[in-house]
Design a protein around this ligand. Structure first.
Ligand SMILES: *Cc1c(COP(=O)(O)O)cnc(C)c1O
Length: 498
């Protein structure tokens, strides 16, 4: 009984007993993080995680409280020293962004305010609407279109494909994908270089990946539009219903841009939904040289792109824009009494974001976008994207100037593929040599590109979506690749030949 009275009287909560302790810890964290960021260049890009550290991350669930200072100490010991490395100036892997200092502070502010930006009358709802308008302006996409911020381009692509699917059949929403006999099997079209999240999306939205026709590419890794037309006509004759054409604005492998004008024409001719996966490449539209090449994006039915890649914002934030706002809304709206808007008070507010995506509870991703765009202005982003593109061609020239390095593909934008090639090994051995080279490059801590296969040949792949990279970093990558390549060749290949 005594205990119950105590609880009623004093209660318990998760706030600090003494607010000064959290104030001091907060100051310390800011000090440590700013020190770290100013000293990035001298850190290794990547470090191996020691076995005992991995063990420390397999403990059973804490049952009793710890002091926040102790928790932070453990973070500094076991977590902080082993980052992925993507914030480093010589990280060139996959297609990854780097984040910014103010972007990180925005995340802190967003989680202190901690609004659920799904529904209600509060500033977060208006910030996201503002940011979505800015996204439309960035791509010169119609102001009447709709959009939503999501965790990334994977979710943006699946959201767009769901709307495209429902636009193809009135019955699907009620009866499911197999119920509409008149529609037949819906088929979508994209190049063989398309990101696997589109395959996943086709599976998850119930259409199946067999109904995603992967059209071959030409020597520039762009979709072969003659083969595309043939396949669409063939499918129509076979009783399928082509419903969606997906264009790539920047493929992951080589950064290739599909011929957008031609794809738009084909989509209109066959009455297909024209979707663009522009995860990173859509943003190149802001750079004068790419403006015309990507002009057709303005006519697309939907565009998926990331702000955490080529806008360098902290993870996660991607965006989908959809031309037909009503179709977008129709796809996701399911009325519920507890979500009905009121005229006044916190339950008033603009249209719930749950009408535009799968999520109801959503974080305040929009704040870092809002603060970052205000801090730097769009011009700065345009310059940085252009800088990365220039760096890619500079790197290409550096590679071409080294007899033992081979450029493996055209450089249409910001992706460079190369390998170490001493000239006398076959592809099988070159693949082995370059894979070993790359792993040693990681272990050296000097730079971190990733890899891909181009026509069965292993390529070291550099993606330049890094606002911190400088010319000297590219030189260092080339020189270290050469040095490690020589070493691997001598240790593992020349000895075998003898
Ligand atoms: C990164 C990427 C995706 C997936 O985006 P996420 O933000 O990782 O979900 C899709 N398509 C392309 C071309 C990409 O580069």
């Amino acid at each position: 009984m005594k205990q119950t009275e105590d609880i009623v009287e004093q209660g318990t909560d998760l706030d600090p007993k003494d607010w000064n302790t959290i104030r001091e810890l907060g100051h310390q964290i800011i000090e440590d993080m700013v020190d770290y960021l100013t000293d990035l260049d001298d850190q290794p890009v990547w470090k191996k995680i020691p076995a005992e550290v991995k063990e420390n991350l397999k403990q059973s669930i804490p049952y009793v409280p710890s002091n926040p200072d102790e928790v932070y100490k453990e973070f500094k010991r076991d977590i902080f020293p082993y980052p992925k490395g993507n914030i480093h100036p010589r990280f060139f892997g996959w297609v990854e962004g780097n984040g910014t200092a103010l972007g990180a502070l925005a995340e802190l502010l967003a989680s202190i305010m901690n609004p659920n930006v799904g529904i209600g009358e509060h500033s977060g709802m208006y910030v996201e609407r503002q940011v979505l308008d800015w996204c439309k302006q960035m791509l010169n996409y119609p102001s009447y279109s709709s959009g939503i911020l999501l965790s990334g381009a994977s979710m943006a692509n699946i959201t767009a494909l769901l709307v495209a699917r429902n636009a193809a059949s009135d019955a699907i929403k009620a009866d499911g994908v197999h119920a509409d006999a008149a529609v037949g099997k819906l088929t979508a079209y994209c190049s063989s270089e398309t990101h696997n999240c589109i395959v996943k999306a086709m599976e998850v939205i119930g259409l199946g990946h067999k109904q995603l026709r992967k059209i071959p590419v030409d020597e520039y890794y762009q979709i072969d539009t003659t083969a595309l037309r043939k396949q669409i006509v063939y499918d129509q004759q076979e009783g399928y219903t082509p419903f969606c054409l997906i264009g790539n604005a920047g493929t992951v492998n080589t950064g290739a841009i599909d011929p957008m004008d031609e794809l738009l024409r084909i989509a209109r001719e066959f009455d297909l939904w024209f979707h663009v996966d522009g995860a990173f490449g859509a943003l190149a539209k802001m750079v004068p040289v790419y403006k015309d090449k990507l002009k057709a994006l303005e006519e697309a039915d939907s565009i998926a792109f990331d702000l955490h890649k080529w806008m360098y914002m902290p993870y996660e934030v991607g965006c989908v824009l959809i031309r037909d706002a009503d179709m977008h809304r129709k796809t996701f709206t399911v009325e519920a009494d507890y979500l009905a808007a009121h005229k006044r008070g916190v339950a008033a507010g603009p249209e719930t974001f749950s009408h535009f995506g799968m999520e109801l509870s959503r974080g305040f991703k929009a704040l870092k976008v809002w603060m970052s765009l205000k801090e730097h202005g769009l011009e700065k982003y345009q310059k940085l994207i252009a800088q990365n593109i220039t760096q890619a061609s500079c790197l290409g020239s550096l590679i071409k100037g080294k007899p033992r390095l081979e450029l493996m593909a055209d450089i249409p934008m910001n992706v460079v593929c190369y390998r170490f090639n001493p000239g006398h090994l076959d592809d099988f051995n070159l693949n082995r040599l370059n894979k070993e080279l790359l792993m040693r490059l990681y272990e050296s801590g000097v730079a971190a590109p990733t890899y891909t296969f181009l026509d069965g040949r292993y390529a070291i792949r550099v993606s330049l979506t890094n606002h911190r990279t400088k010319q000297k970093d590219l030189v260092k990558l080339v020189e270290t690749s050469l040095a490690i390549g020589e070493k691997v060749l001598n240790e593992e290949f020349l000895s075998q030949e003898k």
